[in-house]
Design a protein around this ligand. Structure first.
Ligand code: B3K
Ligand code: ZN
Length: 877
């Protein structure tokens, strides 16, 4: 907690550590009320340090120091001084062994950082700066050490004792206690340290690497969850094989462990050889998990595995380089998911997330570059910009280099920096070296925040047989810079005619990567015999907002003829966005709403396609969310957006009712299967159900009810439940209540299913949402200490239920501020993250603005606010 206003930490102030820790030996003795941590550190002066000072400053937080010695000699009180977050030892030798003993209290640790207890299991979370809550240390990623860890605990309470690396030895102690010693041969920073102790069951498998080494794979879960491990295990093996084939990266230890815990601040953590996962990102079963849930498990398991190279073997020099590991690893996991399923579907999902969450962040008060220049609290920087935009920047390098050169670049990066803590510049330098390209302007993507606007116009000269595209780029100011330098933007272009894509090179390529580097730039295509429709930014080749004056007919044309699947989908989105934006204007001026008949015509064509992939159909037929429409508005009018979207869904439902019914019935499957095709059919079926409900046809409620009662999987059951819960008809109310009751009765033993039960209710758009959510927070199944539960109720309500959250009396805002303040005392990371919806106050009308500001100010004024929440609140006001 804070005494004075926290200050910024700057990238420009980086200096190498004064001391290094070659070896770290820990003995963590977990006892009934507290835990004793004995640390023995082999310390030596860093030859590359900038100064010759002889004091050693160690990080440490919430530690109760018991003893301290150097080379076996206890230190006297004059030789050191301790503050709330540092231990300073005067006049240390050039090389020495430091031994410290501290006491910590994991059971009282509600921040879920450092060593804490999740239900019955002791576990750790050390990224970014949690290790300092376990022992005094140089808790920074450029200090890499060889760890040996002994865990001691009660045998009955904690039969399983785990840490990083290989198990060396185990033994028993008097009084029913036992111990296990683990050794990790790979140097690592403290943020990759992990320890687990508890009663866990294990599922075991193995994987033979490309060089023929056998790796044991273990998944540790509570025994009731043993039957939910298959999907994670299969995903892990697929990821291991894929990383060998696509990146030439082989796993390096003989053991790979994953542990699932319920209370976890994020999805998972890539600790060396011992990943710790939120149960929501590892457990999966058809009865309890939706298709999206299955895909998330696959993606997160792969993501953490890929970190073994992009993050662990080559790590970050400092936290300003966070995207070095996160952006690259997200890029790698999205390539993997694309290869495991449908590349276009995956790309659409990525871009939708980017356009809603990341673009909003980039346009708001917490906007920051992919490589930030400063921060107050690094935990606040695990953002969509660092992760998703960071991945887009790596993707642009991949687009500019092509797959072969990119692979040579990544090989060079891994080989050159194996075992090192490096910078984003080192990564780009490897890419520059293999390609001979100059990336100096490209670095603006890392150093400037904000989403560039790319405005394009075209002209066709029949006589000259030339088609010209004129590009102009600009980028709005963001908190860290008012004037932006132009970006180096790769724009993948195709020219589409009735006869298909025009060849753009003698070799017949139909896409060209045009590199836009100037503020204004014209590109000429020669030998063009008729006026084409340009397909711009294919596969979303750069994270920009593209403006091109497409007519309705041109968009319809691209939807039918573009060879680029992403742009076929995007053309449909542009079309519905344009229509809905004009309806939003009508709504605001009191005009009656009338849907342009061309939209149902386009939808009918898509529904009629015989050979279509149902996943793509479902994506094309899904209207942009209220969230995206809000992000695209100058001033967000929640009510207008909500009413218009509902109106359009209703009209599409009614006009195409026969087609929806057919699509529904055609995609009912006799039995559950976990395959891409089966998932695709479920998504189209459930979308059709939603349109049938929107149409208001009478039997749609019984259809949804029937599906709810008879579903053999969670995707179908939850889709039906959410349809019932959100249906505005009176007849739906009782059905929905009964269904919610039954759902709870059936699944009350399954915390992950109850999260979904909370979510469905938190996102229910009927009036009275706030009262419902407040009541649910009193439910016995709700737990304010569990981040999944907080996200499911508070997070979903405030982020995904705009009509209720933004009610005009400001009670939604007050509710959020109350919760942030209460959470801040328990878990600052979760508190500051929950604050996000209030930070967007500038986007709303004046009355909402002042109500939101008022609550933000109240948060900021609270005494003892954490650095996490202080940073977000102060930057937003
Ligand atoms: N590296 C972790 C995130 C840690 C978040 C710390 N507040 C998970 C991941 O990105 O793989
Ligand atoms: Zn990651």
């Amino acid at each position: 907690m804070r005494d004075a206003q926290p200050g910024n930490i700057y990238l420009k102030d980086y200096s190498a550590p004064r001391y290094l820790i070659d070896k770290t030996a820990l003995r963590v003795d977990i006892r009934q009320d507290d835990t004793v941590v004995l640390a023995t550190l082999d310390v030596r002066r860093n030859p590359d340090a900038n100064d010759r000072e002889t004091s050693l400053v160690l990080d440490g937080q919430g530690l109760s120091l018991q003893s301290l010695s150097i080379d076996g000699k206890p230190l006297t009180p004059e030789q050191f001084s301790a503050t709330a977050d540092e231990l300073l030892i005067h006049n240390v030798p050039e090389q020495f062994t430091l031994t410290s003993e501290v006491i910590i209290r994991p059971k009282e640790n509600s921040s879920l950082e450092g060593l804490f207890k999740s239900r019955t299991i002791y576990c750790t979370q050390c990224e970014a700066e949690g290790f300092r809550g376990i022992t005094y240390y140089l808790d920074r990623p450029d200090v890499m050490s060889e760890f040996t860890t002994t865990v001691v605990a009660d045998q009955a309470e904690c039969p399983v004792l785990l840490s990083n690396g290989n198990l060396l030895e185990t033994g028993e102690l008097p009084d029913g206690r036992h111990w296990a010693t683990w050794h990790d041969p790979f140097l690592k920073p403290a943020y990759l340290f992990a320890l687990v102790a508890g009663e866990l069951s294990v599922v075991e498998d193995n994987f033979t690497t490309c060089s023929g080494r056998k790796v044991v794979l273990q998944l540790y879960v509570e025994s009731k969850d043993l039957e939910k491990c298959d999907h994670a295990m299969t995903s892990l093996k697929n990821a291991m094989r894929w990383d060998e084939e696509v990146y030439g990266r082989e796993y390096d230890l003989d053991l790979y462990m994953i542990v699932a815990v319920d209370d976890f601040n994020m999805g998972a953590m890539e600790n060396k050889g011992l990943n710790i996962f939120n149960t929501s990102c590892v457990l999966a079963h058809q009865a309890t998990t939706t298709d999206d849930g299955f895909n998330r498990v696959e993606a997160v398991v792969a993501h953490e595995y890929f970190h073994n190279w992009s993050g662990n073997r080559v790590t970050c020099r400092d936290w300003f380089q966070l995207s070095l590991k996160e952006g690259f690893t997200v890029f790698r996991d999205s390539q993997f998911s694309a290869d495991m399923g449908s590349p276009v579907v995956k790309r659409v999902e990525n871009v939708t997330m980017l356009r809603t969450v990341q673009f909003a962040e980039d346009g708001g008060p917490t906007a920051h570059p992919v490589q930030p220049a400063s921060y107050m609290e690094i935990s606040n920087f695990y953002t969509a910009t660092i992760y998703e935009k960071g991945a887009e920047v790596v993707r642009m390098i991949h687009t500019l280099l092509g797959p072969e050169l990119f692979r040579r670049g990544s090989d060079l990066y891994f080989e050159r920096h194996d075992g090192q803590a490096v910078t984003i510049e080192d990564f780009v330098a490897a890419m520059a070296e293999v390609s001979g390209r100059d990336f100096s302007q490209f670095m603006n993507w890392y150093r400037q925040a904000g989403t560039p606007r790319l405005t394009v116009t075209s002209g066709y000269d029949e006589q000259q047989r030339q088609f010209k595209l004129h590009f102009s780029q600009s980028c709005p100011p963001t908190p860290e810079s008012q004037n932006k330098q132009p970006f180096h933007i790769p724009v993948t272009v195709g020219l589409v005619t009735d006869a298909g894509d025009l060849p753009l090179s003698p070799a017949g390529e139909t896409s060209r990567v045009v590199e836009i580097t100037e503020t204004e730039q014209t590109v000429v295509f020669e030998h063009i015999d008729c006026r084409p429709v340009p397909s711009l930014l294919r596969n979303f080749s750069a994270p920009v907002k593209l403006n091109y004056p497409y007519s309705f007919d041109e968009l319809g044309f691209l939807m039918a003829h573009d060879s680029d699947g992403f742009n076929r989908w995007d053309a449909g989105q542009r079309l519905s966005i344009a229509l809905m934006q004009s309806l939003i204007k009508d709504f605001r001026t009191g005009e009656p709403l009338q849907l342009d008949s061309r939209l149902p015509e386009v939808f009918a064509k898509v529904l009629d396609e015989i050979e279509a992939d149902q996943a793509m159909q479902a994506l094309v037929l899904t209207l942009p969310t209220e969230f995206l429409l809000a992000e695209l508005s100058d001033v967000i009018d929640i009510e207008a957006i909500h009413q218009v979207r509902r109106f359009v869904c209703g009209e599409l439902g009614k006009t195409l009712v026969t087609a929806w019914r057919k699509a529904y019935l055609d995609n009912v499957q006799p039995q559950y299967a976990l395959s891409g095709v089966a998932m695709a059919r479920r998504s189209l079926k459930n979308l059709s159900l939603r349109y049938l409900l929107n149409s208001g046809v009478e039997d749609s409620l019984s259809l949804a009810h029937e599906q709810f009662m008879t579903a053999d999987n969670m995707t179908d059951r939850l889709a039906a439940l959410s349809g019932l819960v959100n249906d505005p008809r009176d007849a739906a109310v009782t059905l929905a209540e009964k269904a919610l009751d039954k759902f709870y009765q059936d699944w009350q033993q399954e915390p992950l299913v109850l999260n979904q039960w909370f979510q469905v209710q938190a996102s229910c758009m009927r009036p009275g949402g706030l009262e419902r959510v407040k009541k649910l927070m009193q439910h016995t199944a709700f737990d304010f200490h569990n981040p999944n539960k907080v996200r499911a109720l508070v997070g979903v309500f405030c982020n995904s239920n705009p009509v209720n959250f933004h009610r005009q009396d400001g009670a939604g805002y007050q509710f959020l501020a109350d919760n942030v303040l209460a959470l801040d005392k328990l878990n600052p990371q979760i508190a500051s993250r929950q604050l996000t919806p209030l930070t967007k106050w500038r986007r709303y009308d004046l009355s909402a603005q002042s109500l939101m500001q008022e609550q933000l100010s109240r948060v900021l004024a609270a005494p003892g606010l954490s650095r996490d929440t202080y940073e977000i609140a102060s930057k937003s006001l």
